[in-house]
Design a protein around this ligand. Structure first.
Ligand SMILES: [Zn+2]
Length: 178
């Protein structure tokens, strides 16, 4: 076993917001099925950190049992329902929202980092290092960024333009305004 602080971890509230999505879509049974699979009968504490492998397993279950589209939809849901933060996001411009991603990533994960590259007002890139441990995580990020466009009423698209799972050094998500 590696030292505990060297294990890649995610904050409990990310998992809990996913559990809310699962509950909303597939009811108490859906939520209990995944908690049993994760061996977490009592769920998660918002502010504690848990192994990234549990997050990976949750996302894999969503994809295999319910379809890949739910990674995108769940990503949208989590950005809108992330406690007070989700409420706060509504008052930001997309540029300010994207600007907050590096800081947010530091809060939600105990590893990796993100950079924002502003090319011009209509072209912004987010580069995410290490955090996309599986391709499912990339799809959630595309969903969350798309959710942010909707919440801030910004016309445009968000796509993944580079991916570590294609051999790149980071995953790059590009906002293209209309
Ligand atoms: Zn990726």
């Amino acid at each position: 076993m590696p030292d505990d602080d060297k294990i890649k971890k995610v904050r409990g509230d990310t998992l809990n917001t996913w559990l809310k999505y699962i509950h909303k879509k597939w009811g108490v049974n859906g939520e209990q099925t995944i908690l049993k699979k994760l061996k977490r009968p009592n769920g998660y504490k918002d502010k504690d950190f848990y192994p990234m492998t549990e997050y990976e397993e949750l996302l894999q279950w969503v994809r295999i049992e319910h379809g890949e589209e739910h990674l995108f939809q769940g990503g949208k849901f989590i950005v809108a329902n992330y406690g007070l933060l989700g409420w706060f996001f509504r008052f930001l411009s997309i540029k300010l929202f994207l600007d907050k991603i590096p800081k947010s990533m530091k809060e939600f994960f105990n590893f990796g980092h993100a950079e924002v590259v502003i090319l011009d007002d209509n072209h912004i890139q987010i580069r995410i290092y290490e955090i996309c441990t599986t391709h499912d995580v990339c799809k959630v990020i595309v969903g969350s960024c798309t959710g942010a466009l909707e919440m801030t009423k910004t016309p445009g698209t968000m796509t993944e333009t580079k991916c570590v799972h294609d051999g790149e050094d980071f995953c790059e998500f590009t906002f293209k305004g209309e």
